[in-house]
Design a protein around this ligand. Structure first.
Ligand SMILES: [Cu+2]
Length: 506
């Protein structure tokens, strides 16, 4: 067909293409494709999706060096992936280097501590790109983990600061209160026992379906924490994650299905190589966690990133095998994709730039994946002030052409509560509608993101090849934690629509 249109002059080119295209086509249809490297205005180590699809990223008080004597200031930008453009958005009041990140349920981004262990916290409001005071914590915090609770309160604890008490932020008062009745000394002691070589760490905490916080690592033990308790019996040791397992620090943890965590890789400096290719699934839908060894990755990795794709697969990229910070040695350039249904990994197209410690990554609203940064270490030689965007295989049809995407719009207010029905207008032939909670991420630590499938109850033809699908949302608010999600329609080829924002109310 194209030969007739292009005419005789195009014939030679077309014949050559017929020879070359199948390889390239096969390649990107099976392994995806990376775009060119995008220069960044700083070395991004932290990223938060904004609900309109832009990405907030930041480094430290200077663009490429973590200089901890620097003032309370952070170099930050908002990246728009539609235009590869940046809006300068520095935080003039807090050094947020290695802070703890999570999201308020009204779409703002919270940064707790960081810098040289500060008590400052800041909120980024995407509607006017402003930073405001989130209230001071009682204790200095560096590498704290921050989690959004189903109530809309935010919970932060531990990190490098050597105190075992969490603090909770309440939206109405915009203030933190310390919880001396919740004592995580047992977890802190595990950390001091098993990782004396590394002063920094983010504890892995996720909201479980039973409303407790579940601690899955990186130390060997698993714990339940009741964040709402006013009593004293609220931290329960469960058992070792895996018999004989030691540290898995600098792994990437993610809730890949409701109540199911995937832990990939991680580092133990007493081993050679320090990084592992092992992966674990932990099912916390019941009160007794079920730990299953899932298929190992093709590569041992630490400092890498696990990203939930709209079709429910997990994309893992970056990191290194030697477990060392601030170096490109041992970097793994080839990402891999895990299919939870077949419990198998397959290799993806290699990226162009190493993404070691202090790199980060996020899903874009259009279904692509952004990976950025690495370093923030001044003259270390491993600074990466750039990013690269990956188009997964689902964005191509089997002949390598760009796949056609399902349409998607949400009828109504764009707000719903757990258990509600929503109406999504999309193309015919949709096999699933999946929600992904927006993320705010650093150091491979994702407390916000969760993949939550909806149930299709029926649909009505509305003409022009479109159907109004009636979708039932999960009724458990500890599964569908309030906040902003992107809804994706996924067709029978696994190709997703662009995400549509829906806000889940408590
Ligand atoms: Cu750090």
């Amino acid at each position: 067909m194209s030969l007739q249109i292009l005419g005789k002059g195009a014939r030679a080119y077309a014949v050559v293409s017929l020879v070359c295209l199948p390889l390239a086509a096969q390649s990107r249809a099976q392994r995806g494709e990376w775009g060119s490297v995008v220069a960044w205005p700083h070395v991004p180590a932290h990223i938060a999706q904004l609900n309109d699809g832009r990405m907030l990223t930041w480094a430290a008080a200077t663009p490429d060096d973590f200089n901890l004597s620097a003032p309370n200031y952070t170099v930050a930008s908002v990246f728009d992936p539609r235009f590869n453009s940046f809006q300068n958005s520095p935080n003039p009041r807090q050094n947020m280097f290695c802070s703890g990140l999570c999201r308020t349920i009204d779409g703002r981004v919270m940064a707790v501590g960081g810098g040289a262990a500060t008590t400052l916290t800041s909120l980024f409001n995407p509607s006017n790109s402003s930073w405001t005071n989130g209230g001071d914590t009682a204790l200095r915090r560096w590498y704290p983990t921050a989690v959004t609770l189903p109530s809309g309160q935010l919970f932060t604890v531990l990190g490098s600061a050597e105190n075992p008490w969490p603090e909770v932020w309440t939206p109405n008062t915009n203030s933190w209160s310390i919880k001396y009745n919740i004592n995580l000394a047992a977890i802190l002691n595990e950390y001091l026992t098993f990782s004396p070589d590394d002063y920094e760490w983010y504890p892995w905490l996720h909201v479980a379906p039973n409303s407790n916080l579940f601690y899955s690592g990186p130390t060997p033990g698993m714990y339940w924490i009741d964040p709402d308790s006013t009593g004293t019996n609220n931290v329960q040791y469960i058992r070792p994650r895996v018999a004989g397992d030691r540290m898995r620090i600098w792994a990437s943890t993610i809730m890949y299905r409701p109540g199911k965590l995937l832990i990939t890789g991680g580092r133990d400096m007493t081993k050679n190589p320090p990084a592992t290719s092992q992966t674990l699934s932990i099912d916390i839908n019941g009160n007794s966690p079920v730990v299953t060894a899932t298929a190992p990755m093709n590569y041992a990795r630490a400092f890498h990133h696990a990203i939930t794709l709209p079709n429910g697969e997990i994309f893992v990229a970056g990191g290194n095998t030697n477990g060392q910070k601030f170096t490109d040695n041992g970097a793994i350039l080839t990402p891999e994709i895990w299919n939870p249904n077949s419990n198998s990994w397959r290799l993806a197209a290699p990226m162009s730039v190493p993404r070691p410690y202090h790199s980060t990554a996020a899903l874009l609203k259009d279904g692509r994946v952004l990976i950025i940064g690495g370093g923030v270490c001044g003259p270390c030689g491993a600074n990466h002030p750039d990013g690269q965007i990956y188009s997964p295989p689902y964005l191509f049809s089997s002949n390598g052409a760009v796949a056609s995407r399902p349409a998607l719009s949400i009828n109504g207010s764009g707000q719903a509560r757990p258990g509600n029905f929503i109406v999504a207008r999309s193309s015919s032939g949709i096999s699933s509608f999946n929600l992904i909670r927006l993320q705010a991420t650093t150091h491979g630590m994702q407390t916000d993101t969760r993949f939550v499938p909806t149930t299709i109850w029926g649909g009505n033809w509305v003409g022009s090849g479109l159907i109004d699908y009636y979708l039932r949302l999960p009724s458990n608010g500890n599964v569908l934690v309030p906040g902003d999600y992107w809804l994706f329609a996924v067709n029978q080829n696994g190709t997703p629509s662009t995400g549509q924002t829906i806000r889940i109310l408590p």
